[in-house]
Design a binder for this molecule. Structure first.
Ligand code: COA
Length: 334
């Protein structure tokens, strides 16, 4: 039995940080950021003490406002974030408590920008195995509170934004529709190219003032190295998924890539030799929302009527780890 995405929603906090706002904090310009990344603005929780569990509550409420499934029918939660509310426990259980989804199983996923695609893949396996029937998949991030909004951090801070997405994954009896396959990869050789370098509390004696003085508590990115790998891994893992399903790029209705950087999206489009309108982009509005980005993009693509029943949809991501992953879907409107 296949699984499918019954519906999906998203939420972004109201406050917007524009490129012009960043010009006041660091030596940068709207022109530099737009031409290098395609980003014009990103949303932020600002001074509100909110974590990814709070944004996820909002996106989940929006999801249940539009579907005929009851919250009590949810039998499992998968929560993807790289900016957890606390070190322990994971944001999944914090979110579960806030939603009143008590006693069901919850799984946290920490695969950065690939978090949503990894989470969809895990949900698909649980449904195929017959273990669960209504899995809530969440991707949520609060990044803007941990960025280095200073000229020293400008190469990284301009990229990221806050947001959340919630999807319901459930079984379908329609043969050959829904989530066809997922393809997951990782190469831990590149951990130091993208991530927060401050050690975790389990590494005895290593968290100290020096870490803070060295700005290691801010997320760090070696932009050039990330770019170089991303433009190869995105097309590779798309081709892997299509080939596994005996599909060609011409069969694809829409590619929904993780919104890393508009130049990466353009490079993927050129590498696949597809028209621009076959690769979805909304990075100009949200920046890179890490584990939420693929879900927010999929929600907006549906809102814009860019996805029809039976369309082949590719979800694809690359990010910290490095992780890279794709899911091939045959869209199922039910
Ligand atoms: N504003 C103005 N100048 C900036 C800047 C900013 N926000 N950030 C960096 N610069 C400067 C650098 O200091 C450097 O100046 P120098 O030549 O005087 O030393 C110059 O611009 C080039 O820096 P570099 O880091 O080499 O720029 P780049 O062309 O590689 O662009 C990124 C930087 C981050 C935009 C680019 O590497 C990128 O998009 N990488 C992919 C990152 C990504 O998508 N990550 C998502 C995670 S999946």
């Amino acid at each position: 039995m296949n699984s499918y995405i019954k519906d999906i929603s998203y939420y972004v906090p109201e406050k917007i940080i524009t490129n012009n706002d960043l010009e006041k904090l660091m030596d940068t310009s709207d022109e530099w950021i737009t031409s290098r990344t395609g980003i014009k603005q990103r949303h932020s929780v600002g001074d509100n003490p909110l974590g990814p569990s709070d944004l996820a509550v909002e996106s989940t409420k929006k999801l249940f406002d539009k579907i005929d499934v009851k919250l009590e029918d949810i039998d499992f939660v998968i929560f993807a974030t790289s900016s957890p509310d606390t070190y322990v426990p994971g944001s999944g259980s914090i979110f579960q408590h806030k939603m009143g989804l008590n006693n069901i199983g919850v799984l946290d996923i920490r695969q950065g920008c690939c978090g949503f695609v990894y989470a969809i893949s895990v949900a698909d396996q649980f449904i195929k195995a017959g273990t669960y029937k209504n899995i809530l998949v969440v991707g949520s991030e609060v990044q803007t509170t941990q960025l280095d909004y200073d000229t020293k951090g400008r190469g990284t801070a301009i990229i990221f934004g806050d947001g959340a997405t919630s999807a319901l994954v459930r079984p379908t009896k329609s043969k050959g529709k829904g989530i066809l396959s997922s393809h997951l990869h990782s190469d831990g050789k590149y951990i130091s190219e993208l991530g927060t370098m401050v050690p975790s509390p389990v590494v005895k004696g290593l968290i100290n003032k020096k870490n803070i003085d060295n700005r290691e508590h801010h997320i760090f990115m070696n932009g050039r190295e990330v770019f170089r790998h991303a433009v190869k891994r995105f097309p590779d893992v798309i081709r892997e998924g299509l080939s596994y399903n005996n599909l060609n790029i011409e069969d694809v209705g829409l590619v929904i890539p993780h919104q890393a950087n508009y130049r990466i999206t353009q490079a993927v489009q050129r590498s696949l030799k597809v028209e621009e309108n076959k690769v979805f982009s909304n990075i100009h509005k949200y920046g890179n929302t890490t584990a939420a980005s693929v879900g927010i993009a999929l929600s907006e693509a549906i809102e814009q009527n860019r996805i029809k029943d039976n369309d082949i949809i590719v979800l694809v991501a690359f990010g910290a780890g490095f992780y890279w992953a794709s899911s091939i879907l045959k869209w199922h409107n039910e």
